[in-house]
Design a binder for this molecule. Structure first.
Ligand SMILES: Cc1cc2nc3c(=O)[nH]c(=O)nc-3n(C[C@H](O)[C@H](O)[C@H](O)COP(=O)(O)O)c2cc1C
Ligand SMILES: CC(C)CC(=O)C(=O)O
Length: 386
């Protein structure tokens, strides 16, 4: 895989995996944008632990299995996907590339992956749907003005979205100190395309010590939204509901009891409650509580095909990737995002072959050995890029 811009005159960069794309993206993005994407909340403990959780597991390969054909296809909420890796909802893809979410959703279509578009997409949800060739869900932040949320639901239905993902870990945005130091604000050419054009000019006017995105969330997100209000959302639509940001068996059971179709076990990529249990470690209790009634997905720190295998072995039906897709997009638009997703798919197939698990339904906890030690391979630089 090569990116179009050569790092040396004679030899183009060879970008093989998400971390390679991260290094390349870092040289291309302005520092505040890099920090907004890479960063987490507080001391970034959860950001690091989400990733480290994968490195505590070793794989137990089985030998002499026919792996001449490895089948990565599966279904999510009954819809076929080519492999169990989807794109996590992320705000404002145009921060890293002018084609924004249009490029990302096309990349997903090329490789047959699920896309979850964010409430805060920089391209409208209708345009995203117009460019989609694969399964497409819409992520919802429930807004204080309920009519804004109700209108997003109606528009999602009309545009053909197949599920709604309600993010439940962000009643307010956590303090992200990188953004505060940088005085992060949206560049003037980027807008929350699903909301009114002149929705909130405050997104563009900030100063050091504040993040306009955090201030915007404080003004608009409904921090009083509870389980009782989920019934209101349910009454608006027949689309399946998925909750994103569930980390406990208690919440998983409650959600399943209310007829929620899917759960995304997530720490929001270490960007919300710092010090929370890492997503991969929360996964088994969520699966035990609701895996018989809901499709369970997990995200946060997935960077290799073997990570996908580990999550599946712990009971996930699929994983989502966030930052890696933005790094691919930053480096080479649609082609870069496609290459990041393709690399994960190829690595997953390889890992299935080398562990002797040619079918996803053969992936179970016996694949894993939990070690007290982290794998030694991560350098400090890797950690920054993880
Ligand atoms: C730049 C950025 C923007 C994000 N925006 C949203 C969002 O709008 N809605 C949401 O539910 N999660 C959002 N997330 C969280 C992701 O959906 C996901 O949980 C997380 O990025 C997964 O971790 P990973 O980036 O390590 O793969 C965002 C994450 C990043 C990095
Ligand atoms: C605009 C923000 C609320 C998007 C988000 O969820 C994030 O930056 O993590």
């Amino acid at each position: 895989m090569t990116a179009p811009t050569a790092s040396r005159a004679t030899r183009p960069e060879l970008l093989l995996n998400p971390r390679d794309y991260a290094s390349a993206a870092r040289t291309r993005l302005d520092r505040p944008v890099w920090d907004y994407i890479a960063g987490g909340s507080g001391d970034e403990v959860t950001l690091r632990e989400d990733r480290a959780a994968y490195d505590r597991y070793r794989l137990r390969p089985r030998a002499l299995v026919d792996v001449s054909r490895c089948d990565t296809a599966t279904t999510l909420l009954g819809q076929p996907v080519a492999f169990p890796v989807g794109i996590a909802p992320m705000a404002y893809h145009q921060l890293v590339h002018p084609d924004g979410e249009t490029a990302t959703v096309r990349a997903a279509g090329t490789v047959g992956a699920l896309t979850i578009a964010s409430t805060f997409s920089s391209i409208s949800l209708e345009e995203i749907a117009g460019a989609a060739a694969g399964p497409l869900w819409l992520q919802l932040y429930v807004m204080r003005h309920r009519e804004v949320t109700a209108s997003l639901v109606r528009r999602a239905e009309a545009a053909g979205y197949q599920a709604l993902v309600v993010t439940v870990d962000t009643p307010r945005m956590a303090r992200r100190e990188r953004d505060l130091r940088n005085g992060f604000r949206l560049p003037p050419h980027i807008r929350p395309a699903n909301l009114d054009e002149d929705h909130d000019p405050g997104l563009y006017q900030g100063s050091s010590g504040s993040s306009t995105l955090a201030a915007h969330a404080a003004r608009h997100h409904d921090a009083a939204f509870t389980w009782d209000d989920l019934a209101w959302l349910r009454s608006l639509t027949d689309l399946p509901l998925v909750l994103k940001g569930v980390l406990t068996a208690e919440d998983a059971r409650r959600a399943a009891g209310l007829g929620v179709a899917g759960l995304i076990v997530s720490t929001h990529g270490g960007r919300q409650l710092d010090g929370s249990v890492p997503a991969l470690e929360a996964l088994p209790e969520v699966v035990a509580a609701a895996g018989d009634r809901c499709d369970i997905l997990v995200d946060g720190g997935v960077r290799r095909g073997t990570d996908v295998l580990k999550a599946l072995a712990l009971g996930a039906r699929a994983v989502l990737v966030g930052r890696p897709v933005l790094w691919g997009l930053a480096v080479d638009g649609e082609a870069g995002a496609t290459q990041v997703l393709s690399a994960l798919r190829e690595e997953l197939e390889e890992a299935m072959a080398l562990t002797g698990r040619p079918r996803l339904d053969a992936i179970a906890p016996d694949l894993l050995h939990r070690s007290a030690h982290l794998s030694p391979h991560l350098t400090d630089d890797d950690r920054e890029l993880a």
